[in-house]
Design a protein around this ligand. Structure first.
Ligand code: NAD
Ligand code: UGA
Length: 465
């Protein structure tokens, strides 16, 4: 087993940045270089002001402060990074395809192939190539085919090492990972490569938590883990609709079933719907793979998780419209939160985008406040949907940095992200600001129903009648 001294990670995003920062912190003898084609992103990672890092994650800037320039480097010289490293992580984005065969379902592997071709072009010595991105099962075959045909006699070992961190808790998830999964060939050189990667993680994690499998199990396990997690959210969200009709309380139901140790209590928080860059993408990918093997029932089973999630977002928006006397046209509705969950500035697939889009179709006047998301991102998210022209998006929706003042003359507030600060607001003052009746639609079950009702609000909390 070879001890690695130089690592390169291609992709300085939400996974590459935090993961490599933690490796650099825990493995001071390893030189870690994170490379990206996006020069602006690299400049942000190198910014002297650590508040300008491209990613907001609690605890990240402290680690970058400690390691950057010592054994952690960010660079846009991708070729140099590849050339120098003994182990190369590929951590580029693998979005859902928006064109051609598999459009709307399959993973777009364009970036992965580009990385493989780049490694094949640059490498002069044997290397371990690690799939960190989430990939369809059997992608390693494609990588192998490209890397094994360079004609330069360079040997590559391909490992699958999917990432399980969640945004907002990335640093803690990396430092205290439940498990690390390493898939590789069951040959002597494959085993040696798996052991080299395991050695990196053993710097801070107990060996029992480092699981080794074959490549295909590892690739598939990542998609399955996300599918199971998303399925729990859709399951409890389906029950939230039933609770609202029956006077049952979704939190009480979740608690009651979660006490059964076979079910467990985690990931049963009913919400306006899951978002994030991966749940939907990875389930669609699973659905596509199942279909491509002729497993129609398997595909339909998992597709239902997405259908339920779309229903939940639509149901939330429709409830706002029907409660506000069947019209929101010209009515000011304040959105608290735009990120797909708290403690991140990531908005990819955030439920807020789809709820806003539905309300804008009804000509609502929306004002958005999010503590970490920029105005530029909010408009980009809406424009990307292409539902209406960008000018109209800007006429109908404003972005504010003043959450309390924004409620002046508002008809309603919708809570889309569970930021802790919303709990500490002076809700009496907000009530005084608003038109009456003053409505609050809590899509995150953040606020206390009785307390809000006693102030005078008409309060709707998802999963309660
Ligand atoms: P991201 O979009 O934040 O970052 C990807 C980066 O890769 C971008 O900065 C992009 O410029 C760069 N890139 C793309 N092609 C490149 C190339 N050919 N050469 C150099 N750089 C290139 O994506 P992310 O959220 O970090 O996700 C990366 C992968 O990890 C995805 O497959 C995702 O499914 C998976 N994943 C993400 C999370 C998460 O929480 N975001 C968690 C686990 C797994
Ligand atoms: C998720 C997984 O939790 C990670 O293990 C995985 O690595 C990652 O996807 C990935 O592959 O990208 P992430 O999307 O960052 O992580 O965040 P989660 O905490 O899983 O939340 C996803 C969405 O589900 C959020 O919108 C969140 O608000 C929602 N959610 C989560 C609920 O509505 N209820 C819950 O009980 C839990």
């Amino acid at each position: 087993m070879k001890k690695i001294s130089k690592i390169c990670c291609i992709g300085a995003g939400y996974v590459g940045g935090p993961t490599m920062s933690v490796i650099a912190l825990k493995c001071p003898e390893i030189q870690v270089t994170v490379v990206d084609l996006n020069e602006k992103r690299i400049a942000q990672w190198n910014d002297d002001n650590l508040d300008n890092l491209p990613i907001y994650e609690p605890g990240l800037k402290e680690i970058v402060a400690e390691t950057r320039g010592k054994n952690l480097f960010f660079s846009s010289d991708v070729d140099k990074g590849i050339d120098e490293a003994e182990m190369i992580f590929i951590s580029v984005n693998t979005p859902t395809k928006t064109y051609g065969k598999g459009k709307g379902q399959a993973a777009d592997l364009k970036n992965i192939e580009l990385c493989a071709r780049n490694i094949a072009k640059v490498a002069k010595e044997d290397k371990i190539v690690v799939e960190k991105s989430t990939l369809p099962v059997r992608t390693a075959e494609t990588l192998k085919s490209i890397l094994d045909n360079t004609g330069k006699g360079v040997k590559f070992e391909i490992l699958s090492n999917p990432e399980f961190l969640a945004e907002g808790t990335a640093i803690d998830d990396l430092l205290n990972a439940d498990r690390v999964l390493i898939g590789g060939d069951e040959t002597p050189s494959g085993q040696a490569a798996k052991d080299s990667l395991s050695w990196v993680y053993e710097h801070w994690l107990p060996k029992e938590r480092i699981l080794q499998t074959n490549v295909w199990s590892s690739e598939l396990s990542k998609l399955v883990a996300n599918a199971f997690l998303a399925q729990r959210v859709s399951s409890i969200n389906s029950i939230s609709a039933l609770c609202e009709k029956t006077d049952a309380n979704v939190a009480e139901v979740a608690r009651a079933i979660g006490f059964d140790s076979r079910i467990g209590s985690k990931f049963l928080n009913s919400s306006v719907g899951f978002g994030g860059s991966c749940f939907q993408k990875d389930i669609l990918n699973l659905v596509y793979i199942a279909k491509s093997f002729g497993l129609q029932e398997v595909a339909e089973y998992w597709e239902q998780v997405i259908i339920m999630n779309d229903y939940q977002k639509r149901r939330f928006a429709e409830n706002i419209v029907s409660t506000l006397y069947n019209t929101v046209s010209g009515k000011k509705i304040v959105f608290y939160g735009w990120a797909f969950k708290k403690d991140t500035n990531d908005t990819r697939e955030s439920a807020a985008i789809y709820v806003a889009d539905a309300l804008l179709e009804e000509k609502a006047q929306i004002v958005v406040y999010d503590p970490k998301v920029s105005e530029e991102t909010i408009y980009a998210d809406l424009d990307y949907l292409g539902t209406r022209d960008p000018k109209e998006n800007r006429e109908l929706l404003q972005v504010t940095k003043a959450p309390i003042e924004a409620t002046k003359d508002a008809h309603a507030i919708a809570i889309l992200t569970e930021w802790d600060e919303f709990k500490t607001y002076d809700w009496k003052k907000i009530y005084a600001n608003m038109l009456k009746p003053a409505f609050v639609f809590d899509g995150r079950r953040l606020l206390d129903k009785d307390a809000m009702a006693s102030i005078g609000f008409k309060f709707y909390k998802i999963g309660e009648s």
